[in-house]
Design a protein around this ligand. Structure first.
Ligand code: EPU
Length: 329
């Protein structure tokens, strides 16, 4: 039996009968996927709800290579078991721009396309060329181009149709050699202005993102969490107008599909949950959307809190919050 505590950022103390590292494609080809299994990357977006799991494959594939280079841009192949933030630091050090706004997101490279990770005005789909991996259990090698990945807000084909049946081995990203900082997200510009930086490099942007994240989001090494627990919701304009007539200060943003995007953190805060605990779980005091493990929470403790929050948000606003975290039940 192996404890999974250090393999999931919530720090839930579930167990696994077998923990099987995958360090190379040969390991993958030799592995037995005919029996029930799960694949774990950084464990930063999962909620472990069972007390014992059977077989867990740990993705430890490593390697970063430049596979194509022109005067303006570069294609980089990165193996799925690499740590995401360390890879971002590698791109910033090489002055390849595109993912600096995604600095300090916990987890592995392989989880990035599953979730279509996003922060501070950038989503992975903006720079992703292709995803490579094996369709399990036949172990058929497949490459998906960007549109085949069916990316949407915090989702992709790997989280839907191919859930649990595809092992991502690596991704190819198209990054720019021209430093084009993306500053649309207000607070990045604010920090840069405050520090007197008028012509920011991508290193400056990365540093600004790191300081915003550190000021609002708990470090999973210290406080167990999985980042935003719920997605933000997009609703039709008509429904928004009804809500706004009752709650005039509600923050809202147009989204690219002609809907209105609401901040789930704000909705949760309005229900009085920000910083509040239920048994061993709580909503984080600086960002209500982040649920935290207060010490010895079980997966069920976190789920109970999440369900209570969902109920209260539904009662007050008539909106169903959808989890962003994957439930391992
Ligand atoms: N807000 C509150 N109370 C809160 C939290 C947020 O009122 O407790 C409101 C405020 O109006 C604030 C707005 O929500 O201005 C936006 O908050 P924030 O900038 O923290 O972003 P978010 O919408 O809550 C999303 C992502 C984060 C990402 C940030 C920055 C989702 C589900 N979450 O959060 O991603 O870092 O934007 O781009 O889309 C993650 O996915 O794990 C994650 C951390």
């Amino acid at each position: 039996m192996h404890s999974l505590k250090r393999y999931n950022s919530f720090g839930i103390d579930a167990l696994a009968n077998e923990l099987l590292p995958i360090k190379s494609e040969a390991d993958l080809l030799n592995a037995d996927f005919s029996q029930p299994y799960r694949i774990l990357g950084g464990g930063t977006n999962v909620l472990l709800l069972k007390s014992v799991y059977d077989r867990i494959f740990l993705n430890q594939l490593q390697g970063i290579q430049i596979v194509n280079e022109t005067e303006d841009d570069v294609t980089v192949h990165v193996a799925s078991g690499e740590n995401w933030h360390e890879f971002v630091m590698w791109t910033v050090a090489h002055k390849f721009s595109g993912i600096e706004n995604l600095s300090l997101i916990p987890g592995t490279v392989g989880a990035a396309p599953v979730q279509n990770i996003g922060a501070y005005g950038v989503e992975l789909k903006n720079v992703l060329q292709s995803v490579e991996g094996y369709h399990l259990p036949e172990k058929l090698k497949v490459k998906f181009n960007n549109s085949e990945c069916q990316f949407s807000y915090r989702s992709s084909i790997f989280k839907t149709t191919l859930k649990n049946s595809f092992f991502i081995t690596g991704i190819n990203l198209l990054l720019s050699k021209k430093q084009i900082p993306k500053l649309e997200y207000g607070s990045i510009k604010e920090i840069l202005d405050k520090n007197g930086i008028s012509k920011p490099s991508i290193l400056d942007v990365s540093n600004a993102v790191i300081s915003i994240r550190q000021s609002k989001l708990p470090d999973p090494k210290i406080i167990g969490n999985a980042g935003s627990f719920f997605k933000n919701s997009s609703i039709p304009l008509k429904q928004f107008e009804v809500i706004k007539s009752k709650f005039p200060t509600i923050p809202a943003y147009p989204d690219d599909l002609g809907m209105v995007k609401l901040s789930s953190g704000w909705l949760i805060e309005q229900c009085g949950w920000k910083g509040k605990q239920l048994n061993n779980a709580a909503s984080y005091e600086k960002q209500a959307l982040v649920l935290i493990n207060l010490g010895h929470a079980s997966g069920q403790d976190i789920l109970n809190l999440a369900q209570k929050i969902q109920e209260d948000v539904y009662l007050k606003f008539g909106l169903k919050l959808e989890p962003e975290v994957n439930f391992w039940d």
